[in-house]
Design a binder for this molecule. Structure first.
Ligand code: EPU
Length: 301
């Protein structure tokens, strides 16, 4: 999707940077996705105006965070991408509170807080992506989820067209799911974290890093786990038990290290990956009578 000649100069007047014809394959951890124009929102305050402008020009859009949990359609995309570029470190610590930009890198935020003797998020260290993405999905690993630490979220609400603040108690955090509306845009978050000496936090971080290194294909292009775990079960174990490690469609392959990670071994297309996902889901359904739900988010065209 191209930003039209009417919208482009008006966006520039608002001081907004445009990038034309970017490839989402270059901007997602799976390395899959077509091309579109991108709007970089450096000033959160301009978001309501930008949204009104896009609505007026009937330009569809999607918000891209860290790009680590999305599977994007191939070809020329029918929507533009909005992105909040990150300013490092994007975190300010005050007592036991951390004020974090949604665009901040999740791992960078965990480390920054650790250096300020604030812990509790050791498990999240290797989860790739932005803090905003982690919030929206209630990212978690090794017994830690971001949700319980959230005290306040500043967000753009498409429903009201305004920037609003929600208290942690107003938000429901479930397993890889939250009560945010699909078109809410995370902007900033206040976390409350327990005090812990840096060296103790570091020891916890090292344990998680090592567990991840031995069980996940970290040096390959993936979007983490493809399916959510069914209640009480493990998608990875079931797929593994079916002997599907290494199973592939084109360049999309079930990782031979962790069966719930599907990797792009070279130049997989979105349609290869979708076929692989459907094939594995069907085999699990036949063998276990269980319908696996996607954990990765599919951005169709
Ligand atoms: N297992 C196998 N074969 C495999 C993979 C796993 O037998 O190929 C077995 C393991 O041996 C273990 C069980 O399945 O007994 C669970 O595996 P693991 O500990 O790797 O955790 P998981 O349930 O597969 C979840 C999250 C991960 C997170 C890890 C660590 C989901 C869908 N996945 O994986 O999150 O990193 O726990 O806490 O909740 C993600 O969300 O993208 C993600 C990778």
């Amino acid at each position: 999707m191209r930003i039209n000649d009417k919208a482009a100069p008006r966006l520039k007047e608002l001081g907004i940077e445009l990038r034309q014809g970017i490839s989402l394959a270059d901007n997602t951890s799976l390395g899959i996705g077509g091309t579109t124009d991108e709007i970089l929102l450096r000033q959160y305050e301009t978001i309501p105006q930008v949204m009104r402008l896009l609505a007026g020009e009937q330009i569809p859009y999607r918000f891209l965070g860290g790009g680590t949990n999305v599977l994007v359609a191939d070809g020329e995309l029918a929507w533009v991408v909005l992105h909040l570029p990150s300013a490092r470190p994007g975190v300010r610590v005050e007592g036991n509170a951390a004020y974090v930009d949604a665009s901040a890198d999740l791992g960078g935020m965990v480390t920054f807080c650790a250096k300020n003797d604030l812990g509790g998020m050791e498990g999240l260290i290797g989860v790739p992506g932005s803090v905003g993405g982690a919030l929206r999905m209630n990212a978690g690993a090794y017994g830690t989820q971001i949700g319980p630490h959230v005290r306040e979220v500043e967000l753009y609400r498409a429903a009201s067209g305004k920037i609003e603040t929600l208290s942690g108690a107003e938000i429901r955090f479930d397993y890889r799911h939250t009560s945010f509306a699909p078109d809410d845009v995370m902007l900033r978050v206040k976390l409350e974290l327990p005090s812990k000496p840096f060296k103790d936090i570091l020891a916890g971080i090292r344990v998680c890093n090592e567990k991840r290194r031995v069980s996940q294909p970290l040096n390959q292009k993936s979007a983490g786990c493809i399916f959510k775990n069914p209640p009480g079960g493990s998608a990875g174990r079931m797929i593994d038990e079916l002997g599907l490690k290494g199973h592939r469609v084109g360049d999309a392959m079930v990782s031979d290290r962790h069966a719930n990670f599907f990797v792009n071994v070279a130049n997989a297309s979105c349609s290869d990956m979708l076929k692989l996902i459907d094939d594995v889901r069907e085999r699990v359904r036949v063998a276990y009578g269980m319908e696996l739900e996607n954990e990765v988010i599919f951005w169709r065209n």
